[in-house]
Design a protein around this ligand. Structure first.
Ligand SMILES: *Cc1c(COP(=O)(O)O)cnc(C)c1O
Length: 389
């Protein structure tokens, strides 16, 4: 079975050593030494001024919205994980969607101005698949209309934009260290800001608003993370360079094998180094995508329609038709990409996809399974059709 992703796991012994140290200290959570160590090491690795390690990437977004005291409408992208929108609604604001760029799948800055109203307080954009938004264009609009900017950088671990960490941009950036992400601490996330007041406010907010044992400076929430998660983060951080390197090799291999596929790939922002967080494929037609999904499942390869559906079709938002996004969500999937994946796994995956393109499945069924192709492929096509019908 090949899933779309598998969490990276360090050697069990390395984690055990940290667990042993936790037992010795009997300090499990509340800003413990491993949480501190992880924050320091992350700051170093990511080359950022500040970060706060929090419970998860969703709470990071919620804390960011709360800390900026956002009200009214927030302009956001329809093409992201649900948490980007749900955190806006959860914080009592209204998401207003603008369409995405057809080549990068990030929010299209050219469409933002038309969506601004007197109620607009901010722009919340996702660097989709780890590919930075057009940060300069977005900041120019924000400056012109006096709006705050939050970046959901859940896919951006380790990426740089104009020689600085992408997390250094916007009023606040957030990320996720969930087990499915390139770097993870099982559950976890972070908020980043260069504004010292905002940083202080968020550090109180993540700890119930405490400003000392008996003082409360803010409305807060329990956004802390614990020693056990920090331990996993510390273990995994040692492997991050190796993980990045392997993902790059796998991605380049995919690209090479899929040269003749009727599909396209996100256009990468030229000002940065890609972290190969995902391997998205935008098929020319949704029919081809569906046939590939079915054929891959028959081979026990499970891709994900990441992202589907458009967030602007969620039941709790004002539904908005957005032609580019609505077309992309129907045709895009992420192929499996994780550290333990092998090149022969990739050979299988790409072979299945290219065969589907070559022998259009329905035609094959009408004319019976053609002679001369290997038996396993014939079986694959038959079972793919059974699944499809
Ligand atoms: C994973 C993800 C989140 C949520 O992060 P959690 O740590 O799982 O809460 C938010 N936004 C995007 C774009 C994500 O991919």
């Amino acid at each position: 079975m090949i899933p779309v992703t598998k969490p990276f796991l360090p050697k069990a012994k390395e984690y055990d050593d940290y667990v042993h140290s936790i037992w010795e200290r009997q300090w499990l959570t509340n800003n413990g030494p491993l949480v501190n160590e992880l924050e320091l090491k992350l700051k170093n690795y990511l080359q950022v001024e500040h970060l706060l390690y929090v419970t998860n990437g969703t709470l990071a977004l919620q804390i960011a919205i709360k800390a900026l005291d956002l009200k009214g409408e927030i302009i956001t992208t329809p093409f992201s994980y649900v948490a980007t929108t749900s955190s806006i609604v959860w914080e009592g604001c209204k998401p207003v969607y603008t369409d995405i760029d057809p080549e990068t799948f990030n929010i299209d800055p050219k469409k933002i101005e038309a969506a601004i109203t007197p109620q607009t307080s901010a722009i919340l954009a996702t660097h989709v698949y780890g590919n930075p938004c057009d940060i300069d264009a977005i900041q120019a609009i924000a400056d012109k209309y006096n709006l705050k900017v939050i970046y959901d950088g859940a896919h951006c671990f380790g990426t740089k934009y104009k020689n600085k960490s992408v997390y250094e941009y916007g009023d606040i950036s957030t990320t996720s260290f969930h087990a499915t992400k390139l770097f993870h601490s099982i559950e976890g996330g972070a908020v980043f800001t260069k504004d010292p007041d905002l940083l202080k406010k968020m550090s109180h907010m993540r700890n119930f608003g405490h400003n000392g044992p008996e003082d409360y400076s803010e409305l807060g929430i329990n956004g802390k993370n614990c020693e056990f998660h920090a331990a996993m983060g510390l273990c995994n951080l040692k492997y991050v360079d190796e993980i990045l390197k392997k993902r790059k090799q796998l991605s380049l291999y995919y690209l090479d094998k899929l040269q003749n596929l009727k599909a396209s790939y996100p256009k990468l922002n030229k000002d940065f180094d890609y972290n190969y967080a995902y391997f998205p494929v935008l098929f020319d037609t949704k029919e081809l995508m569906h046939k590939c999904l079915v054929a891959l499942e028959a081979e026990k390869v499970y891709c994900r329609r990441y992202f589907y559906p458009s967030l602007s079709s969620l039941p709790y938002v004002q539904q908005t038709a957005l032609p580019v996004c609505d077309s992309v969500v129907e045709r895009i999937i992420c192929l499996p990409l994780y550290h333990a994946l092998t090149f022969s796994d990739l050979d299988l995956i790409t072979r299945v996809i290219l065969r589907v393109q070559h022998y259009d499945i329905e035609d094959v069924m009408e004319t019976q399974v053609p002679v001369g192709i290997e038996e396993d492929i014939a079986n694959m096509l038959v079972s793919a059709n059974e699944n499809a019908s």
